[in-house]
Design a binder for this molecule. Structure first.
Ligand code: ADP
Length: 764
């Protein structure tokens, strides 16, 4: 029997092929690991002897897991005729499973994109790539080709492992850079404390020292006429100093002590009344008119009463301090999504628009008349810290008629929670379980703008058990489990949200006595098994749920299913990711709204995107701006040019966002869509500088839709652009920032309605 001993010239060609492979490979670390390895492999394979065609194929799932630039929808096989054919990407019939079977020697690969008998050699275990050479049929020719492929495969395996290690190390570098950045911020903050101490404490201390010295020189002199006056000044200055020290102490305590919070259900109206009483003397002294407006029913808030009282006192205190004599102050309480909101409105001087972004910063004081009043510039910064510790939101705006509005939102009280672990089989502590239920309920309420949300989970015994509710008027009432009839199963397995699933919901008596008139029912499905149900509700008199809301709730329910599936062993990260998602409604660009998702869906369809890819895109769209929630909102909302450290913070948000929502991502392809939504088609974007078609189509769509919403949205400090102006702006950046084809399709979708919108705008 003849064995295929390589001839000396063949050996030389093997070495050439391996050398060619390494020389083609970029080990700079910037290159996409899988794509780059495939291209280098193909160049090397072209040098093999006695082959008519060569190819390299990748497992699309593993490739996406190893390579953030790999688009899930891309073709996975790169092939060329030898010696001079053009290399081309394709997705041959039989898919990756056929290649894998051939690489394992289980079958021949008859669907190779090239003519001739194919020899297939795996790279890695499990194989990430497969190297293919085609040529003459027959055992000897196959053995010779195999022998030639093996050394290249060994090199490719070594390169892939090195490149992915490099990618992991780079991720670590990014994480450390993040930590370094946070430490830098802390250092700057401490620096500012020192600066403030030396500046603001100096004036009263100088006064106290000077007056005390004069008094000391006059001890025993009965005739000194100013003793009482001087003592008065000393007492006032000491009091001022004490208040400032208190504020600085509050501030440091809050900055570093989130663990010290004591959360309980509190009627906010009571706290407001207490604050109004406390400030009544100063308000009366300035003849201010103070009114409190609250609806007949307002849910309690889940807060630390002492801390939130401080927020109200700071806001109301400012209104009293800065509103001229005889002015008006209104405090308005409302219920909104998952929150209770408090607004403090005054008809004072208002805040200059250019200051709105900075007003919540430490030690910030506006110029002009308002700056005359005493203060350390810490009150609003403290308020913001406290509200954020509660997972809430705070904002300021200049009222059109003059004066200011300061408004903060804190979470509503949760309804009774059932024991989740028994229901879902999750092995997590009851405390963590109730945390995840409550953040799920809040997120759904907040993003779908629903006042009430109920979560039911399958108990494994044919029933759906209510595990938590938010915003039901009668929180004490226990909801009944639902028996999973055949009709229920059919509805749940269908996976689609419905306003009224018909007679089957007779069991779930949500509306009972609490006018929850508009409802949307959305199944939670995992691997073709119904695992639960989300019900979102709005009260009588509110708008109903439309097609866009239905689609949004379906995306949210998939996110919730992923969160619950990944929860065990990952509790803190999943909770944080959901918390970040919860905040997106109030921060950054609103691309997770039903309206935005609907537009993204229509645009993707117009560009011919398939349903699987579309599901991924809508999922990514809901999560993609989450990193923004952590970029300080005054930076994100800024109209003015950013300073270097702020710019740095915004650029980093893409990677931060991927990191933060990581535990909610179902597959690497969704991660890729999020990671690349700040890339520009000219290659000058973030974070990988991808260009053209290398940017996943979904990311190119997100870039255009993000721009549209950020240009047209009104901000507290400026009005949004008219639709036609925003469209012109987007068009102007086609081919550099945005994909021309995406822009064209977007314009075709949006243009017919922009003229109309412009006209409506001009009338109002
Ligand atoms: P301060 O101790 O200076 O009041 P704050 O952080 O409470 O510090 O407020 C920061 C700045 O915001 C104030 O110096 C003032 O210029 C402005 N400001 C706050 N509240 C109001 C208001 N109701 N009307 C006008 N300006 C306000």
């Amino acid at each position: 029997m003849q064995t295929a001993v390589p001839r000396p010239t063949d050996r030389a060609r093997d070495v050439n092929a391996v050398a060619e492979f390494w020389s083609r490979l970029s080990l700079a670390g910037e290159a996409p690991p899988v794509l780059d390895t495939m291209e280098a492999v193909l160049a090397a394979l072209r040098l093999l002897p006695d082959v008519s065609g060569v190819a390299v194929a990748a497992d699309p799932v593993l490739a996406a897991a190893m390579d953030a630039t790999w688009d899930a929808g891309r073709d996975w096989c790169l092939a060329a005729r030898v010696p001079t054919g053009q290399a081309a990407w394709s997705a041959p019939d039989g898919g990756w499973p056929a290649v894998r079977a051939a690489a394992a020697g289980r079958s021949a690969w008859s669907e190779a994109p090239l003519a001739g008998a194919a020899t297939v050699v795996p790279v890695g275990e499990p194989p990430v790539l497969a190297l293919v050479a085609t040529g003459e049929a027959g055992a000897d020719a196959d053995a010779a080709r195999r022998q030639a492929l093996v050394p290249v495969a060994a090199s490719a395996a070594a390169a892939l492992s090195a490149l992915t290690t490099l990618a992991t190390l780079q991720a670590e570098v990014v994480r450390l850079a993040g930590e370094n950045h946070a430490l830098g911020r802390l250092a700057r903050l401490q620096g500012r404390f020192v600066a403030m101490a030396s500046h603001d404490f100096k004036a009263p201390l100088t006064a106290i020292t000077a007056y005390t010295e004069v008094l000391l020189g006059q001890v025993g002199d009965e005739a000194f006429p100013h003793a009482t006056e001087f003592l008065g000044v000393i007492r006032a200055e000491a009091g001022r100093l004490l208040r400032m020290v208190d504020r600085v102490l509050d501030f440091t305590r809050i900055e570093f002590g989130p663990q010290l919070m004591k959360l309980e259900p509190v009627p906010l109206a009571d706290l407001v009344q207490e604050a109004v009483r406390a400030l009544a003397p100063s308000a009366a002294a300035r003849r201010l008119h103070v009114v409190v407006e609250a609806p007949a029913f307002l849910p309690r808030a889940e807060i630390d009463a002492d801390l939130i009282r401080q927020v109200i006192v700071n806001l109301l205190g400012n209104a009293v301090k800065y509103t001229p004599e005889g002015g008006h102050i209104r405090i308005v309480l409302t219920e909104e999504g998952s929150s209770v909101a408090v607004s403090v409105l005054d008809d004072g001087p208002g805040i200059p628009s250019e200051d709105i972004r900075r007003i919540f910063r430490e030690f910030y004081r506006a110029d002009g008349a308002a700056a005359q009043a005493e203060g350390a510039g810490l009150g609003l910064s403290i308020a913001r810290h406290i509200v954020h510790l509660h997972g809430g939101h705070i904002e300021a705006r200049r009222l059109p008629a003059g004066g200011s509005e300061f408004r903060f939102l804190v979470p509503k009280e949760m309804g009774a929670l059932a024991a989740l672990p028994q229901v879902t089989g999750l092995q997590v502590s009851p405390e963590k379980a109730s945390q995840v239920i409550s953040v799920v309920l809040r997120t759904v309420a907040e993003l779908t703008d629903s006042l009430a949300v109920v979560l039911l989970m399958g108990d494994g015994n044919g029933a759906l058990v209510p595990v938590g509710s938010l915003g039901l008027r009668d929180e004490g009432r226990r909801l009944q489990p639902v028996i999973l009839t055949e009709a229920w199963r059919r509805f749940l397995l269908d996976g689609r949200a419905q306003p009224d699933p018909g007679a089957i919901v007779g069991d779930l008596d949500l509306a009972h006595g609490q006018d929850l008139d508009e409802r949307l029912y959305c199944p939670l499905v995992h691997e073709d098994e119904p695992v639960g149900l989300i019900v979102a509700g709005r009260h009588a008199g509110e708008a109903g749920y439309g097609e866009a809301e239905r689609q949004q709730l379906e995306v949210l329910s998939r996110i919730v299913t992923t969160a619950l599936r990944n929860f065990e062993g990952n509790e803190q990260r999943v909770l944080e990711a959901l918390q970040v998602l919860l905040q997106t409604r109030r921060t950054g660009v609103p691309t997770s709204t039903p309206e935005a998702l609907h537009l993204i869906g229509r645009l993707a369809r117009a560009l011919g995107m398939g349903s699987q890819e579309m599901r991924r895109l809508l999922y990514a769209a809901t999560l993609h701006d989450a990193g923004m929630a952590r970029v300080e909102d005054e930076i994100v909302l800024g109209a003015a040019p950013l300073s270097w450290d702020e710019r740095d913070e915004v650029d980093r948000h893409v990677e931060q966002g991927c990191e933060l929502v990581g535990p909610l991502l179902p597959d690497p392809a969704v991660r890729g869509l999020i990671r690349h939504h700040h890339e520009r088609v000219d290659g000058s974007g973030h974070p990988d500088g991808l260009a053209g078609d290398r940017i996943p189509l979904g990311s190119r769509i997100l870039a255009v839709v993000d721009a549209w919403f950020s240009l047209t949205k009104d901000r507290s400090f400026r009005a949004g652009l008219a639709p036609s102006a925003a469209l012109a702006e987007i068009r102007a950046h086609a081919g550099t920032q945005f994909d021309t084809r995406v822009v064209q399709a977007f314009v075709e979708l949006v243009e017919p309605v922009t003229g109309q919108a412009d006209r409506t705008e001009n009338r109002t």
